[in-house]
Design a protein around this ligand. Structure first.
Ligand SMILES: NC(=O)c1ccc[n+]([C@@H]2O[C@H](COP(=O)([O-])OP(=O)(O)OC[C@H]3O[C@@H](n4cnc5c(N)ncnc54)[C@H](O)[C@@H]3O)[C@@H](O)[C@H]2O)c1
Length: 260
């Protein structure tokens, strides 16, 4: 099976370095027209540089097509302008990889709220300005697919975190096969995939079968009494939405009430 991105337009945020750069280069190598977004800051998210431009030059030197965009994912107007830039140049956008990220790694006690807010702004708001996971449900009827990649890669973000002896094993290129499959025409939707050092796995948000308690047993003490059952990891279920979760709870209630 050969997966091509010919005729596709892709935006990769934070593609000036690390994993995003590897995504952008491989997407372009496989025919995609790529918007290389990156404001070119430090690992902690301060400052600016031409990181995106350098990746564009690399792609063009290899015969690919790309444009650079220096916007910050934290600025909604700039994200709208970025999408407009891609549409104006290439007529549409088919693929978005929300990859931009920063690291302000501190222990709980030492973390300033300003750092915490900033990390949330880049990772959560920055992704939401383009998409959220609910889009997988809402977009299904329009063939919009939304997937999550959980990478482990040796980049500037992890250079003092990953042990030195395994650093090369975790080259960012090892994350690329999973990420590109998840943005291809064959992609599933609502999948969460982990990738690093050649290892690939799925991850799920799961729940066990709900234990339903009648009204006169809904006390803290009753909850405590049933904790082993409520926290059991057997018979896991994987609801795709809050609505499915509610249905499973109601089913458990009916089973108790119906005596099944
Ligand atoms: N490396 C890992 O093992 C690992 C593990 C889990 C998650 N991640 C996530 O993967 C993504 C890529 O990480 P990486 O390891 O390649 O790090 P990296 O620092 O090499 O690359 C991140 C890029 O995002 C850019 N960026 C930061 N803030 C931005 C903003 N506001 N707007 C636009 N661009 C911005 C940076 O300039 C940088 O080029 C990040 O979201 C990171 O949190 C990485």
């Amino acid at each position: 099976m050969s997966i091509s991105f010919e005729g596709r337009v892709a935006i990769v945020t934070g593609a000036g370095n690390g994993i995003g750069r590897a995504y952008a280069i491989e997407l372009a190598r496989r025919g995609a027209k790529v918007v290389v977004n990156d404001l070119g800051g430090t690992r902690g998210g301060t400052g600016h540089s031409d990181a995106a431009l350098e990746v564009v030059e690399e792609i063009e030197a290899a015969g690919g097509e790309a444009i650079s965009n220096g916007a910050s994912v934290t600025e909604f107007d700039q994200m709208q302008a970025m999408v407009a830039q891609a549409k104006d140049k290439w007529g549409g956008v088919h693929i978005l990889i929300n990859n931009a990220g920063v690291l302000r790694d501190k222990s709980f006690a030492k973390m300033e709220m300003a750092d915490f807010d900033f990390v949330l702004k880049v990772h959560l708001q920055g992704s939401a300005y383009a998409t959220t996971k609910t889009l997988a449900l809402e977009g299904a009827k329009y063939n919009v697919k939304v997937n999550t990649i959980v990478p482990v890669a040796a980049t500037r973000m992890t250079e003092d975190i990953l042990p030195e002896q395994v650093f090369e094993t975790f080259a960012p290129e090892n994350v690329v096969p999973a990420a590109l499959y998840l943005v291809s025409e064959e992609a599933p939707t609502n999948a969460m995939v982990g990738a690093g050092a050649g290892g690939f796995h799925s991850a799920w948000v799961g729940m066990n079968e709900p234990l339903w308690l009648p009204e006169d047993e809904r006390t803290v003490e009753d909850f405590a009494k049933h904790w082993d059952r409520i926290s059991a990891r057997e018979s896991l279920l994987f609801p795709q939405s809050g609505a499915e979760q509610s249905a499973l709870i109601l089913k458990a209630a009916q089973q108790v009430k119906g005596g099944t």
